[in-house]
Design a protein. Structure first.
Length: 127
């Protein structure tokens, strides 16, 4: 039988639901799987970028290496959410490093082509 006091204090009626929501949230957080696949993909991206980008995009590559290292630490600490975030960021930084390296090589190649064209025009003008 409900008493008038229960209607006056809605917190009594909501308290069990609050506990259920908190328990469900904690259970959901603890069930986050380890991002092993993301870690492997990100590590491969950092390694792939290490070759051509090492000299042409050192800042981006350094950021990628630092983030993948932090992701490995997070994996060891079983902080899988942080590990996934850092691994995704490391992959993005590695991709950026590769893109900057390609852009740098393209700019250099363009300069060489423009110099060749200038030399050809100079030859044609002498003739």
């Amino acid at each position: 039988m409900n008493t008038f006091g229960e209607f006056r204090n809605p917190a009594r009626r909501l308290a069990p639901w609050g506990l259920i929501i908190v328990a469900a949230s904690l259970a959901a957080c603890s069930s986050v799987p380890a991002p092993r696949e993301q870690m492997a993909v990100s590590s491969a991206a950092v390694e792939r970028a290490s070759g051509p980008a090492a000299a042409e995009a050192p800042l981006e590559l350094a950021a990628a290496r630092e983030k993948i290292q932090r992701a490995k630490v997070a994996m060891t600490n079983k902080d899988y959410v942080l590990a996934r975030q850092l691994a995704e960021q490391a992959e993005a930084d590695a991709t950026l490093a590769e893109a900057r390296a390609r852009a740098s090589r393209s700019t250099s190649a363009l300069g060489e082509v423009q110099e060749s064209i200038r030399q050809l025009r100079a030859e044609m003008n002498r003739s």
